[in-house]
Design a protein around this ligand. Structure first.
Ligand code: SAM
Length: 276
């Protein structure tokens, strides 16, 4: 499977203990991350340390949100997890392995057929869907064709994607998910000027270095309050952000290296359907 340099970078910055199933460990081990080595080499030790913590932390959060949702809905029906812009990430593999009754849908513009072939039907409760998530009409059709039941219970994961979507596309996608009573969890980029000064350069350098090394489209960052309002306006309730310091405390038992009031260039969020 041909893995892009940025995907390889993210996987290089994911601690092994984020995943708990043997299937996710085996899948991760089998991936060829060599495409990312050139890009990885432009980051110094401090940056590598910060990104290892930020990416592992964000993956820990969305995984925990998906698991909490499945456990809360497992008595009543078949819980569904939409991993939107999943790429080659192991999240679907871990969740599907740990919860065989859950239905997991990996959606991306690219590599879904390769990922499906690579996994060789080891986990029949994952469906792989090639779709542009900003085209919600076609997304809806593809999801339904793959067996998604919109009237059932669904959590949609938006990890590592909101910074690449123009705001109107993001709003449109959020409205679609809210209208189908999905719970959502994911991350968003924080406006650099709002990030605490001691960590601000790490986030700024991240996008600059990726741009300079392999080219990168525009990215979109938000004032956290504005982002949470977007969720509410799209039709969600109980929209909240979770700082990386809070997640780090739960995951690692300490807030370091996310000290401060706005410690990171990304923040996590979750929200519930107004109708659910
Ligand atoms: C940075 S990767 C994140 C992958 C994974 N969610 C993670 O966090 O590790 C961004 C992914 O978004 C996908 N993507 C970007 N725009 C998309 C769109 N409009 N529809 C579907 N996938 C998209 C890319 O193909 C890529 O796999």
């Amino acid at each position: 499977m041909k893995i892009s340099a940025t995907s390889a970078l993210v996987l290089n910055w994911t601690a092994a203990d984020v995943w708990h199933s043997p299937q996710a460990a085996a899948y991760t081990k089998a991936l060829d991350l060599s495409e990312g080595s050139g890009l990885l080499s432009v980051f110094d030790d401090e940056e590598q340390y910060m990104h290892l913590n930020a990416v592992s932390n964000r993956k820990h959060f969305v995984r925990a949100e998906a698991m909490k949702f499945i456990e809360e809905h497992s008595d009543t029906d078949e819980p569904q997890v939409l991993v939107l812009a999943a790429g080659i990430a192991p999240l679907s593999v871990d969740i599907a392995a740990l919860y065989p009754r859950a239905k997991v849908f990996d959606v991306d513009k690219y590599l879904m057929e390769d990922k499906e072939r690579f996994l060789n039907n080891a986990l029949p409760n994952i469906s792989f869907i090639t779709a542009d998530i900003t085209d919600t009409v076609s997304l809806n059709g593809e999801l339904k064709a793959a067996g998604w039941k919109p009237q059932g219970s669904t959590i949609a994961i938006l990890e590592g994607i909101t910074y690449y979507l123009p705001e109107n596309d993001l709003k449109h996608l959020l409205q679609f998910l809210a209208a189908h009573s999905c719970t959502v969890a994911g991350d968003f980029g924080v406006l650099p000027q709002l990030v605490d000064e001691h960590n601000r350069h790490i986030g700024l350098q991240l996008f600059q270095k990726i741009k300079a090394t392999i080219g990168l489209e525009n990215t979109y960052n938000y004032d956290p309050k504005y982002f949470i309002d977007l969720l509410t306006e799209a039709g969600f309730t109980d929209a909240k952000r979770v700082l990386l310091s809070t997640i780090q405390q739960n995951f690692r038992g300490q807030i370091e290296p996310f000290e401060g009031g706005e410690p990171c260039w990304i923040s996590m969020f979750s929200a519930k359907p107004a109708t659910g």
